[in-house]
Ligand binder design. Structure first.
Ligand SMILES: [Zn+2]
Length: 449
């Protein structure tokens, strides 16, 4: 008897959701907030035929989620983003965004379903908040911020949070290889139960790996290949029976034809720039436009702020604290707009691959340069100490909207391998008078490692 039931069931690899100290309701809350940001900043494709087609594929997959992984709070929604890169993104609690470029690149509906099933699996297994649960107190703000910054499965997070001038921070969160493999395996189960051949997931991942455009590498950097991805997906697929296979390809073909009739989709970067341009002025697009108005000179009196478990810092008493989704900035009035500041200091935490101070600082600078096309190369690295730790001060220049800026990046490597950084910015012609202020602010840092 035992052998019989084992024969029927044991072939399918069991997936156990990772431990998670957040409630499903918190997933929903974080995901909804990030989804609002995405919809505000990226162009959603208004074409109802294409959107409802993608929603149809999504609903079919959602209906195939095993009952043990269903969360009654979750609300699955499906938007098509009118951008060119091959990418898709699912947020905690269910909002999903599929790039038009992904649909255009797919050779079959099964390939679209493959990417979406992988994304849905991250959602049902609650990988975003599980990642936050695993983080040290030091990382939690950053991880949650990155979720709120639309990072899960993202590639957009970077663009969304760091759209112009200075602002960034979401470039470093990637799912672990363990979570990636779970999403692949669970994705094959959902696909088979929804009527799709799970081998189409292997096919689409292989195609993305061969894609040389910007979207291919971006998807892969958010969803790193745990190794032998195509092989283990193919292996798992052999153990699964596809329920009521989807064989009708007409809707897929119609959608492909409709897409060809549309003007070519912009890149994500172009789309974000356009949305800033058209949002115009301080009233509607205020939070994203370059701040204007008179900026007071820094007070010589300093005020101390305590950032939860993270750090303590003292800044001129007439500077304010401005929190964005995953960084904290101290700047005077009229020098800060969300994600954009012209004078002040921004602090954050960055994951890195190198775990070497200069290498990690260079990675950070490169990520800044991707979002700030006017950024020059480092003019020098000076050794400093930050709260007793070995640090670096890296100087750069930047041109933003025709204004010249000087930038100093202060960085140190924490024991957990993350890079703690402070980016100080001032207009070129005023930098001389701010240099000592920035140095004093950095000298006041107390890191609670
Ligand atoms: Zn993934």
């Amino acid at each position: 008897m035992v052998a019989l039931s084992a024969g029927a069931l044991a072939a399918q690899t069991a997936v156990t959701p990772p431990s998670n100290s957040y409630t499903p309701a918190r997933d929903v809350e974080l995901g909804q907030k990030a989804a609002r940001e995405m919809r505000a900043q990226l162009p959603m494709l208004p074409d109802e035929e294409i959107r409802s087609y993608v929603e149809g594929v999504g609903r079919r997959l959602v209906n195939a989620i095993p009952s043990s992984f269903r969360h009654p709070e979750f609300r699955y929604t499906f938007d098509v983003v009118n951008v060119r890169e091959i990418n898709a993104s699912a947020l905690p609690g269910g909002p999903m965004f599929v790039n038009r470029g992904m649909i255009e690149a797919a050779k079959t509906e099964g390939e679209i379903a493959g990417v979406m099933a992988h994304e849905i699996s991250h959602v049902v297994l609650r990988h975003g908040t599980a990642q936050a649960s695993k983080a040290t107190p030091y990382e939690v703000g950053s991880v949650l911020g990155q979720i709120a910054g639309a990072i899960i499965g993202g590639g957009w997070g970077q663009v969304v949070s760091g759209a112009s001038q200075f602002g960034f921070g979401t470039a470093f969160l990637r799912f672990s290889r363990e979570f990636e493999k779970q999403a692949d395996i669970e994705g094959t189960h959902i696909m088979a139960a929804a009527g799709y051949d799970p081998r189409d997931m292997a096919n689409v991942f292989r195609a993305i790996e061969q894609e040389s455009g910007p979207g291919g590498p971006q998807w892969l950097s958010d969803h790193p290949n745990p190794g032998n991805r195509v092989e283990y997906i193919t292996q798992e697929a052999k153990q699964l029976r596809v329920e009521r296979p989807v064989t009708d390809t007409r809707a897929f073909e119609q959608v492909q034809a409709s897409l060809k009739r549309l003007p070519r989709a912009p890149t994500t970067e172009e789309a974000v720039k356009n949305s800033q341009r058209t949002s115009g002025g301080a009233t509607t697009g205020g939070s994203r436009s370059r701040p204007t108005g008179r900026v007071e000179a820094p007070s010589t009196r300093f005020k101390t702020y305590s950032e939860g478990h993270l750090f303590e810092i003292s800044v001129p008493s007439n500077w304010r604290e401005w929190s964005s989704s995953n960084t904290v900035t101290f700047a005077p009035e009229n020098a800060y707009g969300e994600g954009v500041f012209t004078l002040g200091i921004e602090l954050g935490l960055a994951r890195n691959e190198s775990h070497d101070l200069q290498g990690a600082t260079d990675e950070l600078v490169q990520s800044l340069a991707r979002q700030n096309p006017g950024l020059g190369r480092p003019a020098g690295y000076d050794p400093i100490t930050i709260d007793g730790l070995r640090g670096l001060k890296t100087s750069l220049s930047n041109t933003s909207d025709g204004s010249r800026e000087r930038i100093a990046v202060f960085s140190t490597m924490l024991r957990n391998g993350n890079l703690f950084y402070a980016v100080a910015v001032a207009p070129e012609d005023q930098y001389g008078s701010y240099r000592a202020v920035f140095d004093r602010v950095v000298a006041s840092l107390r890191l609670n490692e």
